[in-house]
Design a protein around this ligand. Structure first.
Ligand code: AMP
Length: 132
């Protein structure tokens, strides 16, 4: 059975897509802790990030780098922070979080509640600045 993130990458479950190539996929986290909070995944389904084979894992970080540059250009933030949790969804992923302060990377604080239109506008703004 496919993970929820595989279904997202295959277009079976809707998402706010940020970037895609043949091996990787990026989309907005639906419960963001900051505006533009993005998840990047390998399309190959592996539960734990550090079990991903070395070639796929290094490619994932290069893919994440391009997404982070697009986020930085699209959103007012000092840095793009990185987090790996994997406690909820058993499909390896990296959180890319626009940061202005340490508080922006607190996963325990209440999640942002954004309208669909705002999610769509943020995704479009990042997508427009992403270079393949
Ligand atoms: P974790 O596995 O602990 O890194 O957490 C999984 C993350 O995936 C959480 O931040 C969720 O908000 C996010 N998430 C779960 N389902 C979806 C979905 N359908 N679309 C976008 N983000 C999701």
């Amino acid at each position: 059975m496919s993970s929820i993130f595989s279904k997202i990458a295959q277009g079976e479950i809707p998402c706010y897509k940020v970037a895609e190539d043949d091996r990787y996929f990026a989309f907005l986290d639906i419960n963001p802790i900051a505006k533009g909070h993005t998840l990047v995944i390998p399309k190959k389904e592996v539960d734990y990030l550090f079990d991903v084979d070395a070639q796929t894992l290094s490619g994932l970080w290069l893919f994440a780098q391009k997404v982070a540059k697009a986020q930085q250009a699209a959103l007012p933030c000092k840095r793009i922070g990185v987090a790996v949790l994997g406690l909820e969804v058993p499909h390896a992923h990296i959180h890319l979080i626009p940061l202005n302060s340490e508080a922006d990377v607190d996963f325990k604080k209440p999640k942002l509640e954004l309208e669909k239109e705002e999610f769509a506008a943020i995704a479009e703004s990042i997508r427009a600045r992403h270079t393949a």
